[in-house]
Design a protein around this ligand. Structure first.
Ligand SMILES: [Zn+2]
Length: 99
């Protein structure tokens, strides 16, 4: 396995410490990155320490009482800061539509 010089490796690969793809007939047309160093479980887990998803923190809409995202227009009544931002269509009766 021969290593290409640093100049031929893309910057992202250099930053991640990845080798350039191996040359030779077996690797013809293969652009897969090859890891240069093993990432230890500790290093991997430390990296993933910031990957947790955070639960949404919904607020109660002051006009309709529905839960909504803070600082966003209420999706159920179209109100924001006590004024109508989105004109809501009248409720559609599904049974009436089907007939
Ligand atoms: Zn609302």
């Amino acid at each position: 396995m021969s290593l290409a010089s640093d100049e031929t490796r893309p910057l992202t690969m250099r930053r991640r410490g990845l080798r350039a793809p191996a040359k030779g007939p077996r690797y013809e047309g293969c652009d897969m990155a090859v890891q240069q160093n093993k990432v230890s479980k500790s290093r991997r887990n430390n990296r993933r320490a910031h990957d947790a998803l955070v639960a949404a923190n919904p607020n109660e809409c002051p006009s309709c009482g529905e839960l909504k995202r803070p600082h966003h227009v209420c999706p159920s009544c179209g109100q924001y800061a006590d004024r109508e931002v989105i004109a809501m269509a009248d409720e559609v009766d599904l049974d009436e539509d089907a007939a």
